[in-house]
Write a protein that binds this ligand. Structure first.
Ligand SMILES: Cc1cc2nc3c(=O)[nH]c(=O)nc-3n(C[C@H](O)[C@H](O)[C@H](O)COP(=O)(O)OP(=O)(O)OC[C@H]3O[C@@H](n4cnc5c(N)ncnc54)[C@H](O)[C@@H]3O)c2cc1C
Length: 357
């Protein structure tokens, strides 16, 4: 078991413990507090944290079976404490396992191995790097880091004493974009990322459009909320969500029923996806309609039947405003709870990631 701890002086420890646990519980963590003592647990027994307020101090103790679990806990608790106790400007300094390394456990430097076109607007880039085992699990997504032009060698974030990454100064700081691991083979040290080459290229899609073997980028993660399989599924998304849908479909039990609705420009963008025979793939063609500003997905999702029984999973990845409409529809009109539905904004119309932040 890996362990770390930190103590901050404060007279308001009890209220911080209550506030941190309440915020984490709201964000789906298993967290509770009573009489100045709080406990949080990560999913799948990945780790636990205890917070204890006494004698003008707040103690935090963490335990995890994995480096990743411990670093997630450090990050989570530091971020929360620094926010709830902002007026006191607390300095969280972790001691224990993983506190003397100078590379973030979640960071890998990756090199482009191969570039191939899957469809006219989807480019598959195979990246190679060391020690990729942690990316093989069920979490699907990674954060790609693109160093600014002219910064050689690239500079990556490093672990801070408080468990949060310390980023290089603005002019040397890499831009970040979230992508999905389409395929990974940790033993061979490689993974595929499928980049949509959209009409107004940004840092990521522009990089993918010009990427050559040997180019270097950073990668952090993995992350992403897990969705449990269900007897009946409703999956929906535009081309940015095809990698995630492909991986979800590929691991559904063979007897699963349902529909997967995928919006792309035209038939040339259709991909071969493994899926249970009872899950029907429905390709929706924009044919000139504007991406992120059309009703194809919304109409298809609202027209799709949902069975009466409880064993249902609804999932969508698409432009932010579309995701918001579907989230409201599933939650408020269909009464589905968070465990049964997830609608995620993958990009924002007319805004770069930086502008949207
Ligand atoms: C969890 C998650 C997983 C994702 N997985 C993938 C993936 O596997 N493959 C993938 O291609 N994308 C994926 N995305 C979406 C990707 O992160 C965004 O599309 C991102 O904005 C691309 O960055 P960029 O630098 O190319 O463009 P930005 O600099 O962010 O934007 C530049 C311009 O392009 C527009 N734009 C951005 N994306 C699109 C789009 N898809 N269609 C039309 N216009 C667009 C913006 O509105 C803006 O006007 C994922 C997003 C999330 C949140």
């Amino acid at each position: 078991m890996l362990k770390a701890e930190a103590t901050i002086p404060t007279i308001a420890g009890q209220s911080y413990v209550a506030a941190v646990c309440a915020r984490l519980a709201q964000s789906d963590f298993d967290a509770s507090a009573e009489a100045g003592r709080g406990r949080i647990a990560l999913v799948d027994g990945l780790g636990t944290g205890t917070l204890e307020a006494d004698d003008g101090r707040l103690h935090m103790r963490l335990e995890s079976r994995t480096e990743q679990g411990l670093s997630v806990l450090k990050f989570l608790l530091s971020t929360q404490i620094e926010e709830v106790a902002a007026a006191e400007k607390p300095e969280v300094v972790w001691t224990g396992d993983g506190c003397d390394v100078d590379v973030l456990p979640s960071l890998r430097e990756m090199t482009v191995l191969r570039v191939a076109d899957v469809t006219p607007h989807v480019r598959r880039i195979t990246l190679t790097g060391k020690d990729l085992k942690r990316f093989e699990g069920d979490s699907l997504h990674v954060r790609l880091l693109f160093p600014p032009e002219g910064v050689h060698p690239p500079e990556w974030p490093k672990p801070g004493k408080n468990g949060r990454p310390v980023w290089p100064p603005e002019d040397r700081r890499p831009a970040q974009r979230v992508y999905t691991i389409r395929r990974i083979d940790a033993a061979a040290g490689e993974m595929d990322i499928d980049f949509v080459l959209h009409a107004a290229p940004g840092i990521a899609s522009g990089w993918a459009a010009g990427a050559r073997a040997g180019a270097v980028i950073g990668l952090m993660g993995p992350g992403g909320r897990e969705m449990r399989p269900a007897a009946h599924v409703l999956l929906a998304g535009d081309e940015t969500a095809i990698p995630a849908m492909a991986r979800i479909l590929a691991r559904l039990p063979a007897e699963t029923t349902g529909q997967a609705m995928i919006e792309v420009e035209d038939e040339r963008e259709v991909q071969d996806l493994d899926h249970p025979p009872g899950v029907i793939l429905l390709w929706l063609f924009r044919q000139g309609r504007e991406p992120g500003r059309n009703d194809l997905l919304v109409d298809a999702v609202m027209a799709a039947p949902l069975p009466d029984h409880d064993d249902v999973l609804c999932w969508l990845g698409a432009e932010e405003a579309i995701a918001r409409r579907i989230r409201t529809y599933w939650r408020e009109e269909k009464g589905l709870d968070r465990a049964k539905c997830l609608a995620v904004g993958y990009w924002k119309h007319a805004l770069t990631v930086e502008e949207a932040a």
